[in-house]
Design a protein around this ligand. Structure first.
Ligand code: PMP
Length: 399
């Protein structure tokens, strides 16, 4: 009798399943808008020049690959903290922020969830409706009851800010609130600075515990602008919050699994104790993080010239995404589908296009264009060669 005989088949991840179907599709000119990856004009995942420079240097030096410390490469965690909080942050000067390198942004969320479960065993977590689908899975796996708060207004294709505030106000004190710092996945609807201030006031008033997920820093307005939520929280007087960050997109290092968990503590002594807890969790999980991605990121961020080069490359990705949005909207407009102008107001790689599941099915069946069933499209998978075709197809199915 097998130990596993009673285990049922788990349904596959819908987005990864989409890519499998796309790969198996033999039609020429097929387009995959279902992914969460930035592709360059040639349709490739870019190798950033700054990353390549460090990679070559490491190869020449024959850099050793020993174990990293449990909480990662110190030069990486320090640079990450500075990128998130700003180099002049009083919280950093006070030693109140502790950062551990993690296995991607996903690993940061998981480690942060475990830390919170240990510290606040009965707390619940609230995530936006909708949210990145792994949020529910990660927090659920750690034993959290996952609630959601209103976020998106499908009719107006934008943020339902009043609904969001009202739901946050109803949460019990001590509830963890997961917030996307920028480039909300999947909707592309973000808060502006004024709205962040209002949300932070509610978080403070209701004694809620903010957990910021920042997976697209630099993909909307800029490196500092996209971490406005972190900077505002840091200034707010709220003594504790957490940040899960990822370099998968901003350094185009998806498979290297480079992320970090930063925890803001009441003082430096608390930060030391929290760091020891985070290390205990990591040690019992995967012992220590992978070194290659961290060496690449740290090599870039700690070299002023390469850092500048990376900032420029990130700026190019950002500008190109904005141009693709504008290009799509203009072409849709030219096809008589002017009602998609809202795509220009959405931020980051994704857009909730407002297409129904039936329209998404038609895109796939009739045009070999793959999008998520919810209507989410990845704008960063468009390019000059497929833009016209995609716009024509969307205009046809949306007619
Ligand atoms: N948070 C959000 C909102 C994301 O979209 C993603 C990646 N799709 C992650 C976290 C996880 O990032 P990583 O690939 O670095 O684990």
């Amino acid at each position: 009798m097998s130990v596993f005989a009673h285990l049922e088949q788990v349904p596959g991840d819908p987005i990864l399943g989409l890519t499998e179907a796309f790969n198996a599709d033999a039609r020429p000119g097929k387009v995959n808008l279902g992914v969460g990856i930035y592709y360059d004009e040639a349709g490739r995942i870019p190798l950033l020049r700054a990353v390549d420079a460090v990679q070559r240097r490491l190869a020449e030096e024959g850099a050793a690959r020993g174990y990293l410390p449990i909480d990662g490469l110190p030069a990486y965690t320090r640079a990450t903290r500075e990128l998130l909080f700003g180099v002049d942050s009083p919280l950093l000067a006070a030693g109140r922020v502790t950062t551990a390198q993690t296995v991607g942004g996903s690993g940061a969320l998981r480690t942060g969830a475990e830390l919170l479960k240990h510290s606040l065993p009965t707390a619940r977590i609230a995530i936006s409706n909708p949210s990145w689908e792994n949020h529910r899975a990660v927090f659920g796996a750690v034993g959290f009851e996952v609630l959601d708060y209103t976020y998106f207004d499908a009719e107006r294709h934008g943020l339902d800010f009043d609904g969001m505030l009202a739901d946050l106000r109803r949460l019990e004190a001590g509830t963890v609130v997961l917030l996307h710092a920028c480039c909300h996945n999947p909707t592309g609807a973000d808060l502006d600075v004024g709205q962040w201030r209002q949300v932070i006031a509610v978080l403070a008033e209701r004694a809620l515990v903010p957990f910021i997920d920042i997976a697209y820093q630099g993909f909307d307005k800029g490196i500092d602008e996209d971490s406005a939520a972190i900077r505002l929280l840091a200034d707010s007087g709220i003594s504790n919050f957490m940040v899960a960050s990822s370099y998968s997109k901003s350094f185009s290092l998806y498979g290297e699994r480079t992320g970090a968990l930063s925890v803001v503590c009441a003082d430096a002594d608390e930060a030391r104790r929290v760091q020891s807890q985070v290390k205990r969790l990591i040690r019992a999980n995967y012992s220590s993080p992978p070194s290659h991605g961290a060496m690449l990121v740290s090599g870039v961020l700690n070299d002023p010239e390469l850092k500048l080069m990376w900032e420029q490359e990130l700026g190019e990705m950002r500008t190109r995404i904005h141009a693709l949005r504008a290009g799509l909207v203009a072409r849709l407009d030219a096809q008589g589908a002017g009602r998609f102008a809202f795509i220009n107001d959405q931020a980051g790689m994704f857009s909730y296009s407002g297409l129904s599941r039936a329209q998404v099915d038609r895109l796939r069946d009739e045009f070999a264009i793959y999008a998520v069933g919810t209507g989410r499209i990845c704008v960063a998978a468009l390019n000059d060669r497929n833009l016209e075709y995609v716009a024509e197809a969307i205009a046809k199915v949306a007619d």
